[in-house]
Ligand binder design. Sequence first.
Ligand SMILES: Nc1nc2c(ncn2[C@@H]2O[C@H](COP(=O)(O)OP(=O)(O)OP(=O)(O)O)[C@@H](O)[C@H]2O)c(=O)[nH]1
Ligand SMILES: [Mg+2]
Length: 231
Amino acid sequence: MTPGLTVFIPVYNEEPILAQNAERVLEHLARLGVPHEVILGSNGSTDRTPEIGAELARKHDNVQFFHVPERGPGRAFARALKLARYDKFVTLDADLSFDMAFVPDALASLEQNDAVIGSKGLGTQKRPLFRIIASDSFIWLTNLLLHMPYRDYAIGAKGYRTAAILPHADKVDVHTFYTQEMVYQIRRAGGRIAEIPVKCEDRRPSRFNLLHEGFYRYGKLFGLWFRSLRD
Ligand SMILES: Nc1nc2c(ncn2[C@@H]2O[C@H](COP(=O)(O)OP(=O)(O)OP(=O)(O)O)[C@@H](O)[C@H]2O)c(=O)[nH]1
Ligand SMILES: [Mg+2]
């Protein structure tokens, strides 16, 4: 694959911030001095996100945009992976709640590693306490069941070598459980995974229904645990 950086941002009803934040990301990437592109993948958006995304793609040669009707960021992740032009694939959230320093840090780490986990636990986080506690309990159980040592499985602020995860694109969870699956599969294949601190400031209400998320992710985790017992 061509050396360079694909940044993937899943977007759901991001009309108020999408254009401005996409431009901010592009400006930041231009300063890194590596070939790059941004893929914006919307599912289920019911506001003007699809129009704004399409307009950004028209305006910039290095922006790809797609919209699919059904919700689920995992669906968008899989599709973006197949569209990616470059050998390094980094994920961000549309609200840019992560410090952009993560991008060059991830890029450097991916020279040696198959995946890099941007970790709020190792860095700093300004998020509502109940969300920190909910994430931490889930991370603790994930690590106990899957024998993994990491401290962050959120979808944003993760980096991968595109070639390491492309074979899994059609098998990943269509909703929010795909980071755990990717990390688990890379480890199982003997891949190298690094974890680096990330700064996160996220006070915006989540796009997800957190109660539904809770049940969903625990269900998926037990499913992966059962499968892991046979691996
Ligand atoms: N493509 C797509 N993107 C989505 C969907 N739901 C949310 N997103 C995007 O996923 C990103 C993360 O959404 P947030 O609401 O910030 O998630 P969060 O609850 O802060 O996430 P964590 O705290 O990391 O679990 C944002 O860029 C959203 O626009 C979806 O169904 N499809
Ligand atoms: Mg968020």
